[in-house]
Design a protein around this ligand. Sequence first.
Ligand code: KG4
Length: 336
Amino acid sequence: MKILAIESSCDETATAVVEDGRTVLSNCIASQIDMHTIYGGVVPEIASRKHVEVISGLAEKALQDAKVEKQELDAIAVTYAPGLIGAVLVGVNFAKSAAMALNLPIIPVHHVRGHIAANYITHPNLEPPFVCLCVSGGTTLIVDVKSYTEMEIMGGTRDDAAGECFDKVARVLGIGYPGGKPMDELAQTGDDSRYELPRAHVQGAELDMSFSGLKTASLNLIHNAQQKGEPLCLPDLAASFNRAVSESLVPRVMVAAQQKGYGKIAVAGGVAANSRIRNDLLAACQAEGQQLFLPELKYCGDNAAMVGCQGYYEYLAGKRGNASLNAYANRDIGLG
Ligand code: KG4
């Protein structure tokens, strides 16, 4: 079964053709990062307009790269939630028009479910159930992946997502946007015990997290040093920050995995590319006898291959959209 997949939930327009859920025939991404860099963050209106400009051509390119004709497609999968509402709407409307013109079924896909499915592409033998840590610019969740389409949130951030926190701190340091990758690179040579940064605990909810305090503490530390004219060691700060994020995430996902007893942990989303988090998880999983599944770096960030992959399993479970399919800025992953 060949699925044309569309993703436009944030600042990447992406299209792909995926066969039978696990074989990526093409994977095209038009990033808008250059456009948003000057503002230090994604400007929603610009994101929507850029999606409109490129989405048609990028869908054609996905078919060309895959060497698949329109008539050979079996369905169209599209991210319909969550995301920047104007941006998601562009993908949903394009997918609805294409599905109508080609007389194909349309499959609505939850963006974070797509991130989880990126693991199926990298690991052909991975099957649910497993526990998944989903960490991106907009999401930080620990999810019980009971089956390909049945999921339940076990814990999550009460405020900022971990990726958002990386981006804000990096912006104030002036080291680039999006900030996760440059922070990760800077941290490689840093001393992670140089700066003391907080780790939050949510009383009575051991799997929940909070990153706003870490963000504020980091920004205060930077501003204080700047105001006093004191030098800041950027690699040490980045390493201390990476460690604080990792120590907020890793122990909680290990507790969640113990509670479920599946013996399998996966990681998903842009922040899953972080080398400190990957290494800490690897060490924890080795110590506790859990099998760890990490997506290939190219499938950590937003892409449409993951949407095509999850779309296949949603299709098998009977999920279909129609001409009245809407986009949603927020939607529980459990609802799909
Ligand atoms: O999954 P993604 O591409 O978009 C969302 O769905 O949000 O994630 C983007 C986030 C950004 O916050 C970016 O800074 C972060 O992923 N990121 C990283 C790394 N690479 C990307 N965060 C930490 N370390 C990295 N190496």
